[in-house]
Design a protein around this ligand. Structure first.
Ligand code: NZQ
Ligand code: ZN
Length: 380
């Protein structure tokens, strides 16, 4: 075990917490309030934010799209510069938050900030960022990961930087009440995938990581089992907390991590627009079968600790598949109207190759032929 971990994001969790904005941002800071397509105007979040900022000076930028693009965020960048913004407040889900993480770094960079995404530059400074979370899924509200897209080239890429940590994240679970069933299901599945990327690798001696990841898995399995209660506060606040814990990278401290499901999923979203969680659900079960020799021991441990299944790894994968499909999400790429199998495989493997991902996974042995195999299984 060896790691460095410093997560500076302050969490304000609970009903009515949006009002805390009035003191969390200093009054002399000029704020850019950033949001997405307008859901916050329908559920009262916008009104609560405006009320909390009544003694602040702020301007607004809206229209950040799902899977945020640099094309859109570069428009926000012009406002940051022309209005001399000091503080960016992201109000939304992972897309708005990630768009703002890119924005705060771009604001302090002289070149084209896509450089952070293609790895040609590292972030060295950023404006301060705060978050009001409205969708439980990504964990972006308190982590150092940024995922943005370039529409011009159909690319969806990511980078890590400690300058991406928000100063604070406000999580009022009652704001999840207006999410659709599919968004709630996406959140549950994405949180499951984040836990699995940091757990279903190979055995280590880390009792903390395994034990906590298994707790998160059991919580998510319980939420899937009680799907009929998804409109209750009790259900939604658990999703909000679990999704946050699943990707603040604490369970990944000092243990091997996979992330191949995410890397493949990002290419599927870049080409075919699948929701992020759906792009992962069509990959993971097939990946587990293809990588069974490497992942068998952890699959078996998970079976025992999460699903109460012993000595039957195929049954564990089937239990994962049932959990995903029980909340209405498909595990088959063939359920989406996309290109023919050979075209899908060639586009995804070519993009992975161009992005330098030819040997991914915790052991670097998820090669492009394995990716082809995984996609073939998902298409049939
Ligand atoms: O645009 P608005 O109006 O906000 O509507 C959104 C959007 O249409 C809506 N929504 C959000 N809160 C709502 C609501 N609708 C009703 N009531 C509410 N309270 O939900 C839709 C989806 O929002 P989005 O932000 O796109 O969802 P999510 O949080 O799942 O974020 C997905 C993005 O995050 C990236 C994904 O790749 C994708 O781009 N990820 C970011 C990660 C990170 N930074 O750590 C890790 C993840 O693995 C992931 O890659
Ligand atoms: Zn994810």
């Amino acid at each position: 075990m060896e790691f460095s971990y410093h997560n500076p994001t302050a969490i304000e969790f609970g009903l009515g917490k949006i009002s805390a904005l009035s003191t969390l941002i200093a009054k002399d800071q000029k704020v850019l309030l950033v949001y997405g397509g307008g859901s916050i105007k329908k559920n009262g979040v916008y009104d609560q934010v405006i009320k909390a900022l009544e003694n602040h000076t702020f301007v607004e930028f809206s229209g950040v799209e799902v899977n945020p693009s640099i094309e859109t965020m570069n428009k926000a960048l012009e406002i940051v510069k022309s209005e001399k913004i000091d503080f960016v407040l992201a109000v939304g889900g992972g897309s708005v938050i990630d768009g703002c993480k890119y924005l705060v770094a771009a604001a302090k960079y002289d070149g084209d900030a896509w450089d952070f995404l293609d790895g040609s530059a590292e972030v060295e400074a950023a404006l301060p960022l705060g978050v009001v979370l409205t969708l439980a899924a990504t964990g972006s509200e308190s982590n150092n990961l940024t995922v943005v897209s370039k529409r011009e080239t159909d690319e969806k890429r990511m980078y890590f930087s400690n300058f991406s940590y928000p100063q604070f994240a406000i999580m009022d679970p009652s704001v999840l009440g207006t999410l659709s069933d599919t968004q709630l299901a996406n959140g549950l599945v994405d949180a499951f995938m984040h836990t699995s990327e940091q757990y279903i690798t190979y055995p280590t001696s880390s009792l903390v990581n395994d034990g906590y990841a298994e707790t998160l898995f059991r919580g998510l399995a319980q939420l899937a089992k009680t799907w009929e209660d998804r409109r209750t506060l009790k259900w939604q606040e658990n999703l909000m907390y679990i999704a946050n814990q699943a990707l603040n990278f604490q369970i990944g401290n000092g243990v091997p991590q996979d992330w191949s499901t995410h890397l493949i999923g990002h290419e599927l979203t870049a080409f075919y627009g699948l929701d992020h969680a759906k792009s992962l659900a069509v990959v993971l079960p097939h990946l587990l079968r293809v990588m069974m020799d490497d992942k068998g021991e952890k699959i078996s441990q998970m079976g025992e600790k999460v699903f109460g299944i012993t000595n039957d790894n195929e049954a564990v994968i089937v239990a994962i598949e049932k959990m995903i499909t029980s909340v209405g999400i498909s595990i088959k790429l063939s359920d989406y109207e996309i290109d023919a199998q050979d075209v899908v495989i060639s586009r995804v493997t070519k993009a992975l190759e161009e992005h330098g991902y030819t040997a991914i996974g915790e052991k670097g042995n998820v090669t492009l032929d394995k990716v082809s195999k995984i996609l073939t299984m998902s298409m049939n």
